[in-house]
Write a protein that binds this ligand. Structure first.
Ligand code: B12
Ligand code: SF4
Length: 469
């Protein structure tokens, strides 16, 4: 079968936050469509004619996208969905259907949670709910043979038959991740990708685990059982990327050091193979120690991204973050001592949040030697404990209605706090200003820039940020 997986340009206008818009506008970050590379790899492994059209990276216009699709004549087109970006994906799906009139399949986190609602969209023919690495292979086989009986037995697939929804439920989780083919990054325009922190090209992102062992109330990662690929398998994927010219990698695992032994083995593998890679990880402050951090640093890991969320112990407790201010201090200082860049992520507008607690968070960001920080307004995402609290309080399913096309002009309300949206958004802005516009931080940021053009971009982003209403 001829399959095209489309990653359309995304603007992120609704439910966005100031930081992301500013970064996208001036640093022009181009992300890797990681989900689609997994689906493409599974299809390629069994011989389908599959390609990825990353129209975001290629900066294709609507006309170019449609003309590309028409000229390639695919049998089916696939797109990924995400709750916060579904309002845009919906438009792309509608456009592709109108222009090509061929079957459209969707997967991704939004499809996990609102599959039936998605199928009610006339332009969507097949929905994949849950991990699709195996489901997609079974589907394509049955679809190619026109075997409807088999289609009705594929777990994780939903589709319509004579207007009636056939719901085969959620897919089974894949236990042995090493069995899966490596993501099909060879189908991507690798020279295009970067974030505002990358220093080398080619650059990719990787994910080596699924699920999470923590229980944060605002996150859905722990709904999946925690599974990880073996160190050997991860290093082999890095080697493969290296052979394709990749020199920088961001590891997007929920918490890379949950299994410290594996993390150390990966670092040793990178050194053993002499892979000259610059890379970073995301993790939690209670999951690092000197041994693991030293091993990572010695293998080219340059930055640790910590999800800290709040500088107020009560807020941390409310969100079941399960970390203390002491652990935060210890991890930040240790990471800096070992030569890492440290990126701290904070959320404002959490349950129980007050002006005082937000001030404590902003103060914490300035207390320690962070290189970068991010402040985000809390958003209650589907299936999280926080969202359940939202439904209990507000008595309606916001995201379900959003999927039907409502609420497109406003963010989901905050939950569990008396603060207004305006107060939280102002605190987000204040956090950025107070952190980045300190003289020592300005000097640090500018001295880390690689070129005059980049320095100019930072200045422009700063000015935009300061004067944006
Ligand atoms: C990498 C990443 C990104 C990358 C790449 C996105 C991508 N879609 O490839 C970038 C930086 C672009 C990104 C952007 C955003 N992301 Co993001 N991202 C992730 C991250 C860290 C990893 C995703 C991943 O590759 N997982 C591994 C793959 C194998 O799993 P998967 O994505 O679920 O895909 C599997 C199935 O879902 C399915 N599938 C997925 N797509 C498709 C498509 C087809 C056709 C089929 C058949 C199957 C299928 O098959 C895959 C294999 O099993 C996740 C967190 C996480 N750990 O999952 C957040 C996550 C998916 N992102 C999230 C969000 C909110 C966003 C943004 C909306 C943020 C924003 N405000 O702009 C945007 C949306 C942009 C977009 N169009 O996707 C949320 C989604 C929550 C939700 N309910 O939707 C997550 C879960 C993080 C979180 N907990 O908040 N993201
Ligand atoms: S926020 Fe991070 S640590 Fe908490 S459950 Fe989600 S992925 Fe795990």
């Amino acid at each position: 079968m001829k399959v095209i997986l489309l990653f359309p340009p995304f603007e992120r206008e609704i439910n966005d936050n100031l930081q992301i818009t500013t970064v996208k506008k001036y640093a022009n970050s181009v992300p890797v469509p990681l989900s689609l590379t997994s689906v493409a790899a599974s299809l390629e492994a069994v011989g389908h004619d599959v390609s990825i059209l990353d129209a975001n990276a290629l900066q294709y216009t609507k006309e170019q996208i449609i003309s590309h699709l028409k000229s390639k004549k695919p049998d089916i087109v696939g797109l990924t969905t995400s709750t916060l970006s579904y309002h845009q994906e919906r438009e792309w799906i509608g456009l592709v259907k109108k222009e090509l009139g061929i079957p459209i399949m969707v997967g991704g986190k939004h499809a996990w949670y609102y599959p039936k609602e998605l199928l009610k969209n006339d332009s969507i023919d097949y929905v994949f709910s849950g991990e699709a690495d195996k489901t997609i292979v079974d589907f394509m086989d049955a679809y190619e043979k026109g075997n409807t009986k088999k289609l009705k037995n594929i777990k994780g697939l939903l589709f319509k038959e004579n207007g009636k929804i056939i719901d085969n439920g959620f897919s089974d989780q894949i236990n042995n991740l090493d069995e899966l083919p490596f993501p099909a990054i060879h189908m991507l325009p690798l020279e295009k990708y970067h974030t505002f922190l990358t220093k080398r090209r080619k650059f990719i992102t990787m994910i080596t685990t699924r699920g999470c062992t923590s229980r944060c109330t605002f996150c859905d990662a722990h709904l999946e059982k925690y599974r990880f690929r073996s160190a050997e398998n991860v290093v082999e994927e890095m080697q493969r990327a290296y052979d394709l010219g990749v020199r920088e990698i961001e590891l997007y695992d929920s918490a890379f050091t949950i299994n410290k032994k594996r993390a150390i083995e990966i670092a040793e593998g990178i050194k053993k193979r002499k892979l000259d890679l610059r890379w970073d990880i995301r993790t939690r402050v209670n999951l690092v120690n000197e041994e693991v951090l030293k091993a990572l640093r010695s293998a080219g890991c340059v930055r640790v991204n910590y999800g800290l969320e709040s500088g107020d112990p009560n807020i941390l407790k409310n969100m079941k973050k399960d970390i203390t201010l002491e652990q935060i201090e210890r991890a930040i200082l240790l990471s800096k001592k070992l030569g890492f860049e440290v990126f701290g992520y904070f959320i404002l507008g959490c349950p129980g949040e007050t002006e005082d607690s937000m001030n404590r968070t902003i103060a914490l960001s300035k207390k320690y030697p962070f290189d970068y920080v991010q402040f985000t307004r809390m958003v209650a995402l589907p299936r999280t404990e926080l969202y359940q609290q939202f439904i209990n309080e507000k008595k309606y399913d916001y995201w379900l209605e959003y999927t039907q096309g409502k609420h497109l002009d406003k963010q989901i309300d905050l939950v569990g706090t008396k603060l207004t949206d305006e107060q939280v958004v102002n605190a987000v802005k204040r956090g950025y200003k107070e952190f980045y516009f300190r003289p020592k931080q300005i000097i640090k940021t500018l001295s880390q820039s690689r070129s005059l053009e980049e320095t100019f971009r930072y200045i422009k982003a700063g000015t935009h940020f300061l004067f944006k209403k």
